[in-house]
Write a protein that binds this ligand. Structure first.
Ligand code: AMP
Ligand code: GLY
Length: 427
């Protein structure tokens, strides 16, 4: 089969790496791809991943049998609908179904209607009404821009002043443009977070191994929010019982709800969960694989990803047995100095082969090829991943890989998986 992966980050590199292992994958393409993906796929630059017609033409030119969509923007833009209309199979939700990520108010209203556990909330389009609600409810409280804001449109306000500032910034100053013309204000949930990704064909839902992301830039979970500085899987907070509870109370009901609403959901559904004293509750749904969760989840998948994706598209997921390794995986993100604020690009990256020789996988997130060298070209540059029998060994191995790699101003967190390690020590 010819397979086309859409996207260019660490998540897409991991998807391409795993797809390439399938005996079904004859030829892999990536649009636009990155230098890491070029090891397993032919990268096609110069096509706008938000231009559905151009993507369909490309898929037709290359006789693509399966399209795999990485990021949320092409999904909410309807690329799966466009491929389907052209008779091309595509893994991912349709435009209507992707709204579960594209609109927080849609997803919150859906959860309320179908009794799926999540924080109590109200939706506002008027800033004064939003302020009055916040003053009535008090802090801590959470303010979220409704639309896509690249993970940055959420303020967890610990004081009333912070909450009022957030409303001012999102609604009065339109810091996130149209995405903030409507805000969701919700109850603060205390607990530990975990990500539970799942494969679904619209009827059957199969959870992947759980994982946990480190969203803050600095050690000790301090500093500004980022796209994710590292991950590990499985997340020990997600015991077998909690996974089962999340499947029964959250994943199955939401898939049924989407079908009932006339928006059957197929693809990967990402549930961001808060493990509260009352059990798992939904922080958010994403319509795609997580980044950098994918970097630790897929290396633990023992089954053929192409087969799974085809089963999701064809509605035959119930017929598959999906096997996972019993080990652990850890991903340490190496970022450009200054990220998530401004940073310089174009620095040569050394030691990639040495890191591979140390037994780690190196997924490219923000790299470019220049004069025969690989250079930095983004905030998050690389995801260095190790798998091992347990999380402690995986952490040690991943940091050996990190130590082998260098580029100017590189920075990374030194405490990835600290919660899992602390839990192990306690037990
Ligand atoms: P979101 O984009 O909705 O995932 O929110 C980003 C981050 O804000 C989450 O990963 C949580 O750490 C935090 N967050 C969002 N909603 C809540 C909530 N209701 N209570 C506590 N923390 C939250
Ligand atoms: N790692 C968070 C996300 O993919 O949304």
């Amino acid at each position: 089969m010819n397979i086309l992966v859409i996207g260019s980050g660490g998540r897409e590199h991991t998807l391409a790496w795993k797809l390439a292992q399938s005996p079904l994958a004859a030829k892999l393409y990536a649009v636009p791809g990155n230098p890491g993906m070029a090891e397993v796929a032919e990268c096609i630059p110069g096509v706008d991943i938000c231009d559905n017609a151009a993507l369909v033409r490309l898929a037709q030119d290359k006789a693509i049998d399966l399209v795999v969509v990485g990021p949320e923007v092409p999904l909410t833009n309807g690329v799966v609908d466009a491929m389907n209309a052209a008779g091309i199979k595509a893994f991912g939700p349709t435009k209507l179904a992707a709204e579960i990520e594209g609109s927080k108010s849609f997803s919150k209203n859906l959860m309320k209607k179908y009794g799926i556990p999540t924080a109590k909330y109200e939706v506002f389009t008027n800033a004064d009404d939003a302020r009055a609600y916040v003053e009535k409810e008090g802090a801590p409280i959470v303010i979220k821009a409704d639309g896509l804001a690249a993970g940055k449109g959420v303020v967890v306000a610990m004081t009333l002043d912070e909450a009022l500032d957030a409303i001012h910034e999102i609604m009065d100053d339109a810091a996130f443009g149209q995405a903030g013309s409507r805000v969701v204000i919700e109850e603060f949930m205390a607990g530990e977070e975990a990500s539970l990704l799942a494969f679904t064909d619209g009827k059957t839902i199969v959870p992947m191994v759980s994982s946990q992301d480190h969203k803050r830039a600095y050690d000790g979970d301090k500093g500004p929010n980022t796209g994710g500085m590292g991950t590990y899987a499985p997340a020990p907070v997600m015991t077998k019982e909690l996974v089962a509870e999340a499947v029964e109370k959250i994943l199955k009901p939401v898939i049924d709800a989407m079908a009932k609403e006339g928006r059957p959901y197929k693809g990967c559904l990402y549930a961001g969960l808060m493990i509260t004293d009352d059990g798992p509750k939904v922080v958010e749904f994403n319509a795609r694989f997580g980044d950098p969760e994918t970097q630790v989840v897929l290396p633990l998948l023992e089954s053929d990803l192409v087969k799974i994706m085809l089963a999701c598209v064809d509605g035959t997921l119930a017929d598959l047995d999906i096997a996972w390794s019993h080990g652990a995986a850890v991903c340490v993100v190496m970022a450009s100095g200054g990220y998530p604020k401004s940073y310089q690009k174009g620095f040569a990256i050394d030691g990639l082969e040495k890191a591979k020789a140390a037994g780690t996988l190196v997924f490219h997130a923000g790299t470019a090829a220049k004069d025969g060298k690989i250079v930095t070209s983004g905030g998050r540059v690389l995801g260095v991943v190790a798998t091992a029998e347990d999380v402690k060994q995986a952490v040690d191995k991943a940091y050996k890989g990190v130590a082998a790699i260098s580029f100017q101003d590189a920075f990374y967190r030194k405490d990835i998986a600290h919660r899992a390690l602390e839990r192990l020590q306690k037990n």
